[in-house]
Design a protein around this ligand. Structure first.
Ligand code: NI
Ligand code: MN
Length: 227
């Protein structure tokens, strides 16, 4: 059994594991980096880290069309539930065994408002343990926080971290995050989509190589990793 992780650009990610297709933060419409179209993807599950438009993205349209179950915090789940979307609500540091793996919502230092101004609960990161025991940490939008060390203690195979700055960790803080998490492999995301988050991911990758034991890969939108 293998797990495939696809980066569609910005923070939109696909995971194929245990015969399921999972979309994370499916921002395709209006995403200048998007390597796929929302209407071409039919996930079984959609995971949403927080309410911002560049993460909630096309969740409503995709879930309505496919009947996918949306997993998010309880506030976003309730908001989607009122729109007749199938949901599963969890809370920060709460874990649940889904058919695709064990999903824990992690702390994220950020905001979370929904498109209509409704409160989107606490923003979260995602810590997924696949059925074949791979640990994937998708940090979501977050600043650096010391408890990333606790996440690292679980033994992370793949971490996908924002490096864009302004809304999230910048390259310096993302490098400090790698040192705390110690992932086998790290992939930078959430950069260059907009002018305010312009960064050089290759320069960052060189620093990761020089200063940590983690492998690093800079993906182009549409590229994937097999674990
Ligand atoms: Ni955000
Ligand atoms: Mn964002």
């Amino acid at each position: 059994m293998t797990t495939e992780v696809i980066w569609y650009g910005h923070a939109a990610i696909g995971i194929k594991t245990a015969g399921k297709f999972i979309l994370v933060d499916p921002y395709f419409t209006g995403n200048p980096q998007a390597s796929a179209k929302a209407e071409d993807l039919s996930p079984d599950y959609i995971l949403v880290t927080h309410g911002h438009g560049d993460h909630l993205g096309d969740t409503l349209a995709i879930a309505k069309r496919t009947g996918a179950t949306v997993v998010s915090n309880t506030e976003i789940s309730q908001w989607l539930g009122k729109k007749d979307i199938k949901t599963h609500g969890q809370q920060v540091m709460g874990g649940f065994q889904h058919p695709f793996g064990y999903l824990k919502l992690t702390l994220a230092l950020h905001g979370s408002v929904l498109p209509d101004g409704a409160f989107g609960g606490n923003p979260v990161g995602l810590l997924l343990t696949t059925q074949d025991h791979k640990k994937i940490y998708l940090a979501g939008d977050t600043g650096l926080f010391g408890d990333m060390k606790l996440i690292g203690e679980e033994g992370i195979d793949l971490a996908m971290l924002p490096i864009g700055g302004n809304y999230t960790m910048d390259p310096d803080d993302a490098l400090r995050a790698v040192k705390m998490i110690n992932p086998k492999l790290v992939v930078p995301i959430h950069f260059n989509t907009f002018d305010v988050i312009k960064q050089d991911p290759n320069l960052w990758a060189e620093r990761v190589k020089a200063e940590t034991k983690s492998e690093v890969r800079v993906l182009k939108p549409g590229e994937s990793i097999t674990l």
